[in-house]
Design a protein around this ligand. Structure first.
Ligand code: ASP
Length: 452
């Protein structure tokens, strides 16, 4: 059995819905279909989730929301008209959409989460009706009925472990299940949404809970590519990669999944196939447990770069002999509630790399002052101009010359390396450069391993 998730662009118009219908019809194993909210139809279009956020904001601020509701409804109407569905479908959607404004909520966060979730909820209701009208037996399954329970916060949910048990007890009939992505229910019955882009997580949770043989994730690209195609011209497609390669690449900037999105599929050891709704016969990229990847021909699977980092460089003579320096430093981070990303070290030097988006200027200033006063380093520098290149591949652990080749490709092209660190996972090599060099670094490493 397969769990199949469609992204927002795959469910944005009647025409796209039509492709989804064929894909679902094409394989009887495609039993559970997970929806996103209708996404962008063209550049500059607004996703339904964003319209729902506008709607929620207007209700909270008590301003006029009629036009927003009309716009949202028009998105579903367009799809319903394409399939010439009976009025009962759009009436049902209209009624649910309008009642959002008058329903009661415990607070503003609960209201926001409920509004947001309706993008996927209404699209799932619509898709179930579309499938039935096209002769494919299907039913909408609400997360509440399936026991899809979450904790955390209304707009930042985490799945609860008992969800998996509840899902495992679900009795399938002969019809397909259409399940809305992006949200679940708290134990006291409220809608909580995952972070933005969270429909992928729903698909992964269902894959594990239903013990699927495959999690197919349909989006609008043919495959995951070795490098970003804005940086490298026509990069090669990745046919197969391991979960942990995917995790490292997502972390460092690959935008296919958020780094945590497929964790439930990993826990359930369900292979993930990223495929294209607009070209479903292309094999896509298969993401599998690492034991299925033996001696890949190329040690490198992907090259990512990310400019969202900053580094704190500390130098202190005889740092290696000093007891407690790092401990004090970590205590300071702890006091500020700051987590760090990496901490490569030398004999007298320590670089701590942070996710810049989680820090503001005042915190950085206070943090640096505190470190100077408490630890008295010989030299301290905060470096905002910092990029990380992540070279990832299961093959790295099996080869001896990969690091050398990477360094050669950068130094021959005059790219200064500020930091180099072979990840503890042994499948990634992390390189710190200046931001201006990041794209060129990716290109040169790509050329070394893929353009020969
Ligand atoms: N519709 C939600 C969003 O735009 C979730 C998703 O698309 O995965 O963030």
């Amino acid at each position: 059995m397969k769990v199949v998730k469609f992204g927002g662009s795959s469910l944005a118009t009647g025409e796209q819905f039509n492709k989804v219908v064929s894909i679902v019809d094409d394989d009887s194993d495609r039993k559970v279909i997970v929806t996103s909210a209708p996404g962008k139809r063209f550049d500059g279009d607004i996703k339904v989730t964003d319209l729902l956020i506008q709607y929620a904001t207007a209700v909270l601020e008590k301003t006029d929301y009629k036009e927003i509701v009309d716009n949202i409804l028009a998105r579903y109407q367009e799809i319903s008209d394409y399939f010439e569905l009976e009025d009962s479908t759009i009436d049902k959607i209209k009624q649910k959409l309008e009642s959002l404004a008058t329903d009661k909520y415990s607070d503003e966060d609960h209201l926001m989460a409920t509004f947001k979730a309706h993008g996927e909820l209404l699209n799932a209701v619509l898709l179930a009706d579309v499938l039935n009208s096209e002769g494919i037996k299907a039913k909408y399954l609400d997360p509440k009925e399936a026991g899809f329970l979450v904790g955390g916060e209304p707009n930042n949910a985490d799945v609860l472990e008992e969800t998996y048990l509840n899902l495992s007890k679900y009795k399938f009939g002969d019809e397909k299940i259409v399940f809305p992505g992006f949200f679940g229910y708290s134990e006291d019955g409220h809608i909580y949404t995952f972070t933005r882009g969270g429909s992928d997580i729903t698909g992964a949770i269902l894959s594990r809970g239903f013990k699927a043989d495959m999690y197919e994730n349909f989006t609008d690209v043919d495959a995951i590519y070795v490098a970003n195609n804005h940086v490298v011209d026509h990069p090669a497609a990745i046919q197969k990669m391991s979960y942990r390669e995917m995790r490292e690449l997502s972390y460092a900037g690959f935008s296919v999944f958020q780094d945590e999105a497929i964790i439930p599929a990993v826990q359930g050891q369900v292979p993930v196939n990223v495929k294209n709704t607009n070209n479903p016969s292309a094999p896509g990229t298969l993401i599998v447990p690492e034991q299925f990847l033996f001696n890949p021909a190329n040690p490198i699977t992907g090259i990512a770069s990310s400019k969202r980092f900053s580094a704190l460089y500390l130098h202190r003579y005889l740092l290696n002999k000093e007891v407690g320096f790092t401990l004090q430093l970590l205590k300071i981070f702890y006091r500020y509630g700051i987590s760090y990303e990496h901490m490569p070290s030398g004999i007298d030097d320590l670089t701590i790399i942070f996710d810049r988006s989680k820090l503001d200027a005042t915190t950085i200033k206070n943090l640096c002052n505190d470190i100077k006063e408490t630890l008295n380093p010989d030299y301290l520098e905060w470096i905002d101009d910092y990029a990380i290149i992540m070279v990832v591949g299961e093959g790295i652990a099996h080869t001896v010359d990969t690091m050398g080749k990477i360094i050669d490709s950068l130094t021959q092209n005059n790219i200064a390396i500020h930091m180099i660190n072979q990840g503890a996972s042994r499948i990634s090599i992390m390189i710190g450069t200046q931001m201006k060099d990041a794209d060129a670094a990716v290109q040169h490493i790509y050329d070394t391993f893929f353009n020969n």
